[in-house]
Design a protein around this ligand. Structure first.
Ligand SMILES: Nc1ncnc2c1ncn2[C@@H]1O[C@H](COP(=O)(O)OP(=O)(O)O)[C@@H](O)[C@H]1O
Ligand SMILES: O=C(O)C1=C[C@@H](OP(=O)(O)O)[C@@H](O)[C@H](O)C1
Ligand SMILES: [Mg+2]
Length: 179
């Protein structure tokens, strides 16, 4: 990544770790433009994530995420809250890291289940046993999320605490890049 005053910050991590909620607030604090990959894709496609999964399928959605990363936003000044599966595609962590800083938000399967169980807008969790599905997906995805520049625990911490931690870590990473 080239040295930039306000490098892009990509928030990655599993569904329900708080990427969208935390990202919006961090963007406000840091003067970054807030982009949510799911919202950007919904707007571009004119339908919801659930409708995209139902009508086009998951593989098509992953191609839309890749196209978003490659050409859907400028290369500095953005905070991008990524959909949970975006960073998992082969080569994607390296691509994100070439475009900015990448931070992972981390939570346990149980915590994720509690945060997502009352929502029906995540098609991958609309199954008979969502907790088992979360555990299965986490086992595959965790090693990939851990390749981020920085991993931030969210369990047992308020949104405000996580926001403050992300802001501190972003400032620190930017100041170290300037040296
Ligand atoms: N640190 C936290 N503590 C408690 N609840 C949280 C925390 N972070 C996020 N949440 C809640 O979890 C749910 C999922 O958050 P969201 O930002 O949509 O996650 P993601 O974008 O990673 O899927 C929301 O209801 C949000 O308010
Ligand atoms: O983990 C995933 O594969 C997905 C995560 C979702 O975003 P959030 O992580 O913001 O819930 C959304 O992109 C889609 O339902 C698929
Ligand atoms: Mg989200």
């Amino acid at each position: 990544m080239k040295m930039k005053k306000k490098p892009n910050l990509y928030l990655v991590g599993f569904m329900g770790t708080g990427k969208s909620t935390v990202g919006r607030q961090v963007a406000q604090h840091m003067g970054l433009n807030f982009v949510d990959s799911d919202h950007a894709i919904e707007e571009q496609q004119g339908k919801s994530i659930s409708e995209i999964f139902a009508s086009d399928g998951e593989a098509a959605f992953r191609a839309m995420e890749k196209a978003f990363v490659e050409s859907g936003h400028s290369d500095e000044g953005n905070l991008v809250s990524c959909g949970g599966g975006l960073a998992v595609q082969p080569g994607m962590m390296d691509l994100l890291k070439s475009r900015g800083l990448v931070f992972s938000l981390i939570a346990t399967a149980k915590g994720i289940y509690e945060r997502t169980r009352h929502n029906s807008n995540r098609p991958l969790l609309q199954v008979e046993n969502p907790l088992a599905e979360i555990e299965k997906l986490l086992a595959v995805r965790d090693p990939i999320y851990q390749q981020a520049h920085c991993c931030i625990l969210t369990e047992g911490r308020t949104v405000n605490e996580v926001v403050a931690h992300v802001c501190r870590s972003y400032r620190l990473e930017v100041s170290q890049m300037a040296r």
